[in-house]
Design a protein around this ligand. Structure first.
Ligand SMILES: [Zn+2]
Length: 279
């Protein structure tokens, strides 16, 4: 049953009964720090002020606060020299999302609902939540020494998707539609060249279908029309329930010993991002 849970409670829900009560050898709980770097470009001034005023990083910190960390983690919003990028850096254990990335997501969002019915709000909130969760996924894999098979980029995408799919159906639906809008926008600019095929990230359309498959596999009632409309090919849809359950089972097993007993704050993850929708 889906409910209004933060990440820790989501992971706890995937954990076999009793497993979350086991303590590992971590001597203490390390802090999660947040940092809003000063803007450098004039275009970043307003977004920096708004992100800070809305305490977006503090919201993310609360959402992941149920995971016990053996080392500090820093969540950072930064100017990045104007690059529209986001990454996790292992040496400093820092997740960085650039102001220009947020601005790029805003620029790609439709002013009015798109042909596919995607609202501007969803086209902003979904992708911003996704990029933070994707990078936090990388961070947790590293800091908790989580073993992975397959490409880490795919695992980080799965991590972000599974968290978002735990939201109430309407919010999960909005997030998926918003992320799909961004991935289709990226796909329209991609050509299948060798350098892209060699990249450690999947192509935008592959990432899109992976997301839609997990969504359909998680909740056919909310996402069943993806197949009826042809957005998710029937040839893929048949295995999506198995794909979702495999990913959810793996995530639960991998994180089960890293959860704070009793769960974390019960926070709606996108709440911290809702402000970004311009009226
Ligand atoms: Zn990544």
């Amino acid at each position: 049953m889906r409910c209004l849970l933060g990440l820790a409670a989501f992971l706890a829900a995937l954990t076999p009964a009793g497993a979350a009560t086991r303590r590992d050898a971590s001597p203490r709980d390390a802090p999660i720090r947040v940092a809003y770097d000063p803007p450098i470009l004039a275009t970043d001034v307003a977004i920096h002020r708004e992100l800070k005023r809305r305490r977006v990083l503090e919201g993310l910190r609360t959402a992941i606060g149920g995971v016990r960390l053996p080392h500090p983690l820093t969540l950072r919003l930064s100017a990045c020299g104007g690059a529209a990028d986001a990454w996790y850096e292992s040496r400093s254990r820092t997740v960085t999302v650039c102001y220009a990335y947020v601005l790029d997501v805003q620029a790609r969002a439709p002013a009015e609902p798109s042909h596919a019915g995607v609202s501007r709000r969803d086209a902003i909130v979904g992708p911003i939540a996704q990029v933070f969760l994707h990078e936090v996924g990388h961070a947790l894999f590293d800091i908790l020494d989580v073993p992975l098979l397959g490409r880490e980029e795919d695992a980080a995408d799965q991590f972000a998707a599974l968290v978002l799919l735990e939201l109430p159906p309407a919010q999960a639906r909005g997030a998926v539609e918003g992320i799909a809008h961004l991935l289709r926008s990226h796909a329209s600019e991609e050509s299948v060249e060798e350098v892209l095929l060699a990249d450690d990230h999947g192509l935008a359309l592959q990432r899109l279908y992976n997301l839609l498959c997990l969504a359909y596999g998680a909740d056919r009632r909310t996402f069943g029309d993806l197949v009826e409309s042809g957005a998710l090919p029937q040839t893929r849809a048949g295995q999506c329930a198995a794909e979702y359950h495999q990913a959810a089972y793996s995530l639960g097993r991998l994180f089960q010993h890293h959860l704070r007993v009793g769960g974390g704050e019960r926070t709606r993850i996108p709440r911290a991002f809702r402000w970004m929708v311009r009226p």
